[in-house]
Structures are given as C-alpha cells and as structure tokens.
Design a protein around this ligand. Structure first.
Ligand code: RUB
Length: 322
C-alpha cells in the first residue's frame, strides 16, 4: 500500500484520465480529495501532517497542467491552513478540522460562483437568440439552462469537440433540459456563424491580459465569431485567473496522447507521420466581448483589474505545497 489511500489515488487517476474533467469539477474534486485524505490521517505528528497534505497537493497539481482552477483551489486551502500552522495551531485534530472547513468553503464558493454566473449570464441572452457553445463547460451550460428556465426561446449549436467529444455531453445535458440543440462537427462552426447571435464558452484559465485558455478549437471559433460580428462571451469564475501571468509566465498548454486521435496500429504503418494533440488554445482578448464572472460582467481588459481590486496582491513565487 502506498502513502495515500486508494480513494485518494482514484481521484488523482480520475483527473489524469479525464474521468473527472472540466475545470470547475476538477478543482472541486481535488479539494474534496485533499479534505478526505487529511481527514483520514491517523498520526499525531503535526509537521508530519502538514508534510502529508503538501505531498498530496503536489500529486493533485501534477495531474493536469492547464486548468488553473486546480492549483488555485489548493492554494486557497493551503494558504489558510499554513497561516494557522505558523500562528501556532499545533494539534493534528485542530488542523484537520480547519482543513475540512477550508475545503468545504472552497467547494461552496465554487458552486455559488457558478449559480451567480448563471444569473448574470442569462441576462445577456435574449428571447429568440441562437447560441453556439464548444466543449463541455458546466458554467456556460448553467447560463444557457438559466436563460431557458426564464422562458427565453433559444436554440443552441453544440460542436462535438474532437478528439474527446465532450460536446456530446453538452448536447445531452441541454437537450434533456428541453433546450433545442443542434450538434455539429467542429469545422462547421464558421459555416453557421452568420446564423449565430452569441457564442458562449467556459474557461480553463484566464491570463493577466484577458486572454482565455479553453478547449482546443475555441480560438478558431472566436476568430469566426469576430469575422461575423457575433458576440463572443466567456463564463468563468474568478478562480480561473492565472496569477502566474501577472509576472509574464505563460499558461502551460496540455499536450495529450496521439492515441486520442489515431490508433497505434495505424500510426505504426506510417512512421513519417507525427500526430500533435494540444488539448487547449488561447483566445486573445481582442476576440472576446465579455467575461461573465460571479462578481459581475466585465470586458477582458477589466478582468485582471477586477481580480486585483477584489483579491489584492495574490501572487507568491513560492507555492504553498513546496
Ligand atoms: C474542458 C473545457 C471546459 C473548461 C470549463 O476541458 O475546456 O470548457 O474546463 O469548464 P477538458 P467548467 O474536458 O479537457 O477538461 O465551466 O465546467 O469549469
């Protein structure tokens, strides 16, 4: 048996293999796993407990590199826990209780943020609108469902989102909610763009210049929307902000296995073919009309200002799990 319980390693594997996916779900699952692993810690050595939590956090952070919600969720919890520790909270029992409290706090903040975004975002959708969404963003879906629940008659084009077909999940979610849903291949987005009133997508990360990192293909759709003068909206919680980008660091784009695109047997027949599979891309702020957050709706250039006003100087060179 390894250092961490099987249930914890299941979550680590689940995020890596994308059984648990989507930035908001990844963050909540990681924070819940940290809470549960801390809760099951049996020793009485405080330094040992802190070290255990840091090690568990490192494993979680290493699962997927792009969704910044994951490290941000863990930072939220660990910064509070380590402050308590440095201020003299020195029993494992007390630190464990606080860990549980901070983790639950983050999970609640995350859920409430999505609910507020649904309310703010639905106000931007008008009766009769034809929308387009890409991939499977729980937050963007929340906005669409809310607009529908408010009685607006809407229709949604959903791209299938190759190579993992997350768009099918979106089509299932929207159609079973009663929303008129049209599933299209990703490359049909420009073909239909003149019929679309608004594009709405989620985000895995937002940079200091207001650029949005989301599922591969998002930036191509944004380009087509820009050309057709179709409004392009992003629905994202403020914890999708990447603090590293304030200091010029780039958001890492995850490169996944070629086997998500072609089989090993097929590729073996053509040794000169190289397959690339980036999972995300960057949409520049010029192609984004607005970002819907739980604190309100802002232009991409206002997004970092909103973050600084609300959270202050949030950057630290040293990660709490280091
Ligand atoms: C999912 C994806 C989603 C964002 C936002 O990618 O790109 O649009 O994560 O989702 P993957 P949410 O399937 O590779 O995880 O709004 O649920 O946070």
């Amino acid at each position: 048996m390894g250092r961490f319980p099987r249930e914890f390693m299941d979550v680590v594997e689940g995020i890596k293999s994308m059984r648990i996916r989507g930035a908001a779900r990844i963050a909540r699952a990681a924070v819940a796993a940290l809470r549960d692993v801390g809760n099951s810690y049996e020793g009485s050595d405080v330094a040992g407990f802190i070290n255990y939590i840091k090690e568990a956090s490192k494993l979680l952070v290493a699962t997927r590199p792009t969704a910044v919600s994951l490290p941000n969720g863990l930072r939220f919890v660990l910064n509070k826990l380590l402050t308590d520790y440095s201020l003299g909270v020195d029993s494992v029992g007390e630190l464990r209780d606080r860990l549980v409290r901070y983790c639950d706090e983050f999970i609640n903040i995350s859920r409430e943020a999505a609910d507020k975004i649904a309310v703010f975002g639905a106000r931007r959708i008008e009766d009769g609108d034809i929308l387009l969404t890409h991939c499977n963003s729980s937050v963007a879906i929340g906005v669409i469902k809310r607009a529908f629940d408010e009685g607006k008659s809407i229709k949604v084009f959903v791209t299938e989102t190759r190579p993992r077909f997350q768009g099918r999940l979106t089509a299932e979610a929207l159609s079973s909610h009663g929303v008129e849903t049209i599933l299209i291949v990703d490359s049909a987005a420009r073909y239909y763009m003149n019929d679309i009133d608004k594009v709405i997508v989620g985000a895995d990360a937002i940079a200091a210049n207001g650029a949005v990192v989301n599922k591969i293909g998002t930036s191509l759709i944004a380009l087509a929307a820009h050309e057709a003068r179709t409004s392009f909206m992003v629905a994202a919680e403020t914890y999708k902000f990447s603090p590293d980008t304030l200091f010029g660091k780039l958001i890492k784009i995850e490169e996944r296995s070629y086997e998500e695109i072609v089989s090993r047997d097929w590729l073996n027949k053509y040794p000169n073919i190289n397959v690339k599979n980036p999972a995300f891309d960057v949409t520049p702020p010029e192609y984004i009309d607005l970002i819907i957050t739980e604190l309100g709706v802002v232009s991409p250039s206002m997004f970092p200002i909103l973050i600084m006003e609300r959270y202050g100087a949030i950057y630290s060179e040293l990660e709490p799990w280091e």
